[in-house]
Design a protein around this ligand. Structure first.
Ligand code: HSE
Length: 429
């Protein structure tokens, strides 16, 4: 049964929090007409009262301490938009649930690590924990996995789920600019998280992937098992070389579940230009899901931003008022082995870039190490560099990743590399 009125408190009034206030104000009548639900903002809180915001906060009751809001008997639901692993966010969520309040949060890092704790607590207290805005901004992927695809046995889920990295990679490609230059632009535009390593180190994608895996496969939440690599070692040269052979470089998040084994990985990949994944530009996100009944279904849309993220938050409020909520993190069997990241051995081709000393015999020694590990070269190109150095670009035939790793360790010992080699898997999706 609907609770036709829901008293909402918003904690955190940055871009998303302000967007939620704006949207609730703009859509108040529409929400009431379409759902019969009245969403009333009864309290707000943030670190800074005087900060210039895109919405007028003066009509709302300001409570300085978020923890006091979490105890306020007049509040039904807390919208926690403080973000990151701020200890305040953790305390507010726990306190709110303990006081019998529903929680809506976009806090992907906190949920990826501790989501099952809060869900268990919420279940005990008979309240809801919802987090549509935590993954892929405006794409309603959480509801899709919880509801729409519930009868599908899902075997694989993959996509681009960090808008900042996708913005950087596509901008490098379109403008022919180096990583560091485009990264600074992304920071100026406000795309980059306050701790940039979360984005460019692939950690933000790993948080989101851990949440999605759990929903898609019914496995236990296991963020630590996500194999994670970022994009800060990718140069414009790699992007241009990939382009020459018909590929783009994307930071791909992939989760596969097969024979009771879950593999979760975030890393840059070469993706064929014709693939829908390669065609997603800028800060847009894309997620492809392979299910037994649906085949492959692809969802794409804005991965961040005020409007899209606020839209997801408000949809959670409507769902709570409608008493629609599903358990997510607690369905996974914590005792089975399915939550370990067990890489299924499969062969792929790899793009390799070495910066080498340009001396007789260097390529022979390097290719000897590849050959010793059973890796065969498909294409090779050498480009001279100043100071008696050369760049060597290689595309391998299909090989096991473990073999490549071993070869790269052996190559390092030769002391012929001037920089850490770049190795990117070519993924045919
Ligand atoms: N830093 C995130 C991104 C924001 O770039 O996708 C949305 O989660």
């Amino acid at each position: 049964m609907n609770k036709s009125k829901l008293n909402v408190a918003i904690i955190g009034l940055g871009t998303v929090g302000s967007g939620v206030l704006r949207l609730l104000n703009k859509q108040k009548n529409n929400i009431k007409n379409r759902t019969g639900i009245e969403l009333r903002v009864v309290a707000i809180s943030a670190k800074n009262t005087t900060k210039k915001r895109s919405v007028d906060i003066s009509p709302f009751r300001w409570i300085a301490s978020p923890l006091n809001i979490a105890k306020d008997p007049n509040v039904d639901v807390i919208v926690e938009l403080i973000g990151d692993m701020d200890n305040t966010a953790r305390k507010v969520i726990r306190e709110a649930i303990n006081n019998g309040k529903h929680v809506v949060t976009a806090n992907k890092s906190l949920l990826a690590k501790e989501g099952s704790i809060y869900e268990e607590l919420a279940r005990e207290k008979g309240v809801f924990l919802r987090y549509e805005a935590a993954v892929a901004g405006g794409i309603p992927i959480i509801k899709v996995l919880q509801d729409s695809l519930i009868v599908n046995k899902i075997s694989k889920l993959y996509g681009v789920i960090n808008g900042t990295c996708n913005f950087i990679l596509t901008k490098m490609e379109s403008d022919g600019r180096e990583y560091s230059d485009v990264f600074s632009e992304a920071q100026r535009l406000g795309y980059v998280e306050s701790d940039p390593r979360l984005d460019i180190g692939g950690i933000d994608s790993a948080h989101k992937l851990a949440l999605l895996s759990c929903l898609a496969f019914g496995t236990a939440l296991n963020f630590k098992a996500v194999k994670t690599e970022g994009i800060d070692h990718i140069s414009i040269e790699d992007i241009q070389e990939a382009d020459l052979i018909g590929y783009k470089i994307k930071l791909l998040a992939t989760a596969e579940y097969s024979k009771n084994k879950l593999t979760q990985e975030v890393s840059p990949k070469l993706i064929r230009k014709g693939s829908p994944i390669a065609q997603v530009n800028g800060s847009t996100n894309i997620i492809a899901i392979e299910g037994e009944e649906i085949g492959t279904t692809v969802f794409s849309g804005p991965g961040a931003g005020m409007g899209p993220t606020a839209s997801s938050v408000v949809s959670d409020l409507v769902a709570i008022a409608s008493r629609k909520s599903k358990s997510t993190f607690l369905t996974g069997d914590k005792t089975n082995s399915s939550n370990r990241n067990e890489k299924v051995s499969k062969k792929s081709s790899f793009y390799l870039r070495f910066v080498l000393k340009d001396k007789p015999g260097v390529i022979a020694r390097l290719s000897g190490k590849l050959s010793n590990c059973g890796i065969s070269i498909n294409q090779m190109k050498q480009k001279p560099l100043p100071k008696q150095r050369a760049t060597l670009i290689m595309i391998t035939h299909k090989a096991l990743e473990e073999s490549l790793k071993k070869a790269l360790i052996d190559i390092k010992k030769l002391k012929i590399c001037e920089q850490k080699p770049v190795a990117i898997e070519i993924q045919e999706i």
